[in-house]
Design a protein around this ligand. Structure first.
Ligand SMILES: NC(=O)c1ccc[n+]([C@@H]2O[C@H](COP(=O)([O-])OP(=O)(O)OC[C@H]3O[C@@H](n4cnc5c(N)ncnc54)[C@H](O)[C@@H]3O)[C@@H](O)[C@H]2O)c1
Ligand SMILES: O=c1ccn([C@@H]2O[C@H](COP(=O)(O)OP(=O)(O)O[C@H]3O[C@H](CO)[C@@H](O)[C@H](O)[C@H]3O)[C@@H](O)[C@H]2O)c(=O)[nH]1
Length: 439
């Protein structure tokens, strides 16, 4: 591990800030992470990780053990004495679809008076083109530098994605500041792309937009497979084997969700609009995603022989709530959106998720009003007219299907929105089966 005298401050200890701080400390740097949320800071100082993230606890504990990682309250405490300060605060969707920059602006105003001369402020949050300049304006300091360094980690594999990235992107008007940031990644073997801030900011949105496009495309192909009697798995195998297309991000499902794709795809449309470009392709990608959720609700209605607007008296067993497996994040989860619609149509919903196990963690701020959470997966089968597989948690695939059938009773259909189960195994247990793009 390279030992370096560079001191890093990280503002925000959410998915990105905590991973960034812990990974940089793991890579040999000295890091102080600050958050305004006292509860989070207390938890972290007590050795607890507030989020579900594979491998994070280990590197946080190791780095704290050797004194390279600290948690403090507030942005100023994190930025004091730092040579490089990372802003990892939220950029939620504003009312008009654009990214809300108020957290970034607030954080910049907070740290402005205490930054060391020559300090580099690095924006890791996902922000629209022009935000690097906006942060500079907010700081009102001509002796510090602002650099864009977008983050590409995925929740659930955040530590691996950070330590083994496909590339690192750095955008700066000042070559020296960009190189200072690039040096932090010296121990990682990865291409480093140094560009201007506008390009770096655009790369982040374009990457998320493209990935969302791949998923919308495969979901549209899955709909076509159902119509023409083809099998989406074979089709994906066939197209994904073409190296120009690639096999990743072509898993059909209930539509993409999570804390990034929904807000970033809308922000991309908005940014384009504000600059006079009608990004109609991105609008189509979003529309297909909305339609996909509707198609899932139609499948549930079909399974119980009802119209999707009237599901009163129908009991739905829900396997999974998070927006994908491997995370506890409920933000913009397709499961939550579809369940809300099912409930509006009158259905009763009983759900299990490995990260809730009967109750939400304080971190999972969400409106679960009216959803009953079960303690065990099998309990969602009790009296269920239809069982929905919302999330691809691998342990779900190991459930005893005979027991599911016994608890649910005859006539229950599994609507497998992640194609997790073998249709023949489900049918052999006496249950109905409907997947995505499978016939
Ligand atoms: N979650 C991801 O997978 C991911 C990946 C890449 C990029 N991003 C982007 O990174 C940014 C952060 O996302 P996240 O998921 O980590 O958010 P998050 O909500 O999990 O964490 C943000 C943290 O910032 C803290 N905070 C807010 N204002 C603060 C302030 N003034 N001082 C100190 N702390 C403050 C909050 O209390 C919170 O703990 C967003 O722009 C997001 O789009 C997220
Ligand atoms: O083949 C696939 C891949 C993903 N998804 C869905 O797409 C959504 C997003 O998944 P994923 O990209 O794995 O999760 P995130 O943690 O949201 O990561 C995305 O968003 C982050 C925040 O910007 C970026 O840093 C990452 O590079 C980008 O992958 C989820 O609902 C997944 O279920 C599919 O339906 N099919």
């Amino acid at each position: 591990m390279p030992e370096t005298e560079i001191r890093l401050g990280v503002v925000g200890t959410g998915y990105v800030g905590l991973t960034t701080g812990a990974c940089f400390a793991h890579m040999g740097h000295r890091v102080v992470c600050g958050d305004i949320d006292q509860r989070k800071v207390d938890l972290l100082n007590d050795g607890h990780i507030p989020i579900v993230e594979d491998g994070l606890e280990q590197i946080v504990n190791d780095a704290r053990g050797v004194g390279r990682l600290e948690f403090v309250l507030g942005s100023q405490a994190a930025a004091t004495d730092a040579d490089i300060v990372f802003l990892c605060v939220p950029t939620p969707q504003g009312d008009d679809g654009s990214a809300d920059l108020s957290y970034i602006q607030q954080a910049a105003r907070e740290i402005a008076p205490i930054l060391k001369p020559g300090a580099v402020v690095v924006n890791k949050s996902t922000v629209p083109v022009g935000s690097t300049v906006a942060v500079e304006r907010e700081l009102q300091r001509d002796d510090v530098f602002v650099v864009s360094n977008p983050e590409f980690l995925r929740e659930g594999t955040a530590v691996r994605d950070f330590l083994q990235p496909d590339r690192v992107v750095i955008g700066s008007a000042d070559r020296g500041a960009a190189e200072k940031v690039a040096e932090l990644y010296d121990s990682i073997d990865t291409p480093i792309i140094i560009t201007d801030p506008a390009s770096a900011e655009t790369i982040k949105y374009a990457a998320n937009g493209f990935l969302a496009m791949k998923i919308s495309f495969v979901n549209a192909v899955a709909a076509m497979c159902e119509a023409v009697g083809a099998d989406v798995a074979a089709v994906v195998d066939g197209i994904g084997s073409d190296t120009r297309i690639g096999g990743q991000f072509l898993k059909p499902g209930p539509g993409w969700g999570g804390s990034c794709f929904p807000k970033d795809s809308r922000a991309l449309v908005k940014i384009a609009e504000e600059h006079g470009y009608n990004f109609s392709m991105m609008k189509g990608v979003i529309d297909v995603n909305t339609e996909q959720r509707g198609r899932m609700i139609d499948k549930v209605a079909k399974a119980v022989g009802r119209h999707h607007s009237n599901l009163s008296g129908v009991t739905v067993g829900a396997m999974g709530l998070t927006f994908k497996a491997g995370t506890d994040d409920l933000r913009e989860s397709p499961a939550m959106a579809i369940i809300a619609d099912l409930r509006r149509a009158g259905a009763r919903v009983r759900a299990f998720d490995p990260t809730t196990c009967g109750e939400l963690s304080p971190h999972q701020e969400s409106t679960l009003d009216g959803i009953e959470l079960t303690k065990e997966l099998i309990d969602v089968a009790d009296g269920a007219d239809v069982i929905c597989v919302f999330t691809e948690w691998p342990e779900f695939a190991k459930v005893d299907l005979d027991q599911v059938a016994a608890r649910a009773g005859a006539g229950t259909t599994v609507v497998d929105m992640r194609n997790l189960f073998d249709p023949f195994a489900v049918k052999s247990a006496g249950l109905g089966y409907d997947g995505v793009g499978r016939n």
